[in-house]
Design a protein around this ligand. Structure first.
Ligand SMILES: [Ca+2]
Length: 321
């Protein structure tokens, strides 16, 4: 009986221990109204969380085409509400394609204070406040690196993206990678950890798993920003398609260098539940240990006559184990 009691306690304690969240875990939560996937509509025949304009069209179940493969087009797709998480991860699938030799200009991802203001930074204003990642497929001037070029810029409202030199004055970091007319899906993942870093990773035909494009140390971004995708064509053109967007918040408390990744579904309640779970688990474990100690003490100090009584009762009922 005694060994059974101990093993039962051990089982309960091990089960409870699994609900305790370790401090070095990276905790994510889905932000559904800042995510997008086919068929792109979530209320009737429209999407209440995103809007698009200019040359952009939506092909339900397939793609949101920022620009068609035609000259002198601009298009945009913007979230209607800003992302307010201090740390976040945005992953999106896109497709740049066109069966022509003169291809361009590319598209851009933005996390910025403004939304849907048109301009010459791939269809967005050039002096935006926030982060811009440019997927530039057309070299407007000569450089010592290859195109397509994926580059990052942090705008403060004053700094201007210069299209004529492909943003060379304002780009913080960049990499070159084949991202047009790929057979495998082309995806980008942007991870921003407040006060630490912003990392851009990409996939293509050669790299079906994410590879690092660049990492910017401690970029100063606004506390909140709209998520936007814009594209433009000039004499050179391409189809610029957004296939899907997945936005997740990251709980800073659990950010660690080699943290174990774990999904949780709800935002604020998740953090509160974790704390409560931890406190509750510690309380229950303490209570069980106290009961356990009391049982051990009682069994050790029980009156021999009582022991006989218990044995006698047990035999009466046919229980010997
Ligand atoms: Ca360019």
């Amino acid at each position: 009986m005694f060994s059974k009691t101990i093993s039962s306690f051990a089982l309960v304690i091990s089960l409870l221990a699994k609900s305790v969240v370790s401090d070095d875990s990276v905790m994510y939560y889905d932000i559904k109204n800042l995510s997008l996937k086919p068929p792109y509509i979530n209320q009737g025949l429209r999407n209440v969380d995103w809007s698009f304009g200019n040359s952009t069209i939506m092909e339900i179940n397939n793609y949101i085409r920022l620009t068609p493969n035609l000259p002198s087009k601009q298009g945009w797709l913007w979230s209607k509400v800003p992302l307010i998480s201090s740390s976040w991860e945005i992953e999106f699938e896109y497709k740049i394609h066109g069966k022509n030799n003169n291809n361009g200009d590319g598209f851009a991802f933005f996390y910025s204070k403004e939304r849907a203001v048109e301009g010459d930074a791939f269809g967005n204003i050039q002096n935006f406040k926030g982060m811009g990642i440019f997927f530039d497929t057309f070299a407007n001037s000569k450089h010592g690196y290859a195109f397509p070029r994926i580059s990052g810029m942090v705008g403060d409202g004053q700094l201007t993206y210069n299209r004529d030199n492909d943003g060379e004055d304002s780009v913080i970091d960049a990499c070159s990678m084949k991202i047009r007319d790929q057979n495998h899906s082309t995806k980008a993942k942007i991870v921003y950890i407040k006060d630490k870093y912003l990392e851009v990773s990409l996939t293509n035909d050669e790299n079906t798993e994410y590879v690092n494009c660049f990492t910017i140390n401690n970029p100063q971004l606004p506390n909140s920003g709209y998520i936007g995708f814009t594209a433009s064509t000039g004499e050179a053109s391409d189809n610029h398609d957004i296939i899907s967007v997945t936005t997740k918040g990251i709980l800073e408390k659990f950010v660690g260098k080699t943290g174990q990744r774990k999904m949780i579904k709800n935002t604020k309640p998740a953090l509160e539940v974790s704390k409560k779970d931890t406190k509750f688990s510690i309380f229950v474990i303490g209570l069980l240990l106290t009961i356990c100690g009391f049982v051990i003490y009682t069994l050790k100090n029980v009156n021999p006559n009582h022991k006989k009584y218990f044995q006698s009762k047990s035999r009466t009922h046919g229980h010997f184990n």
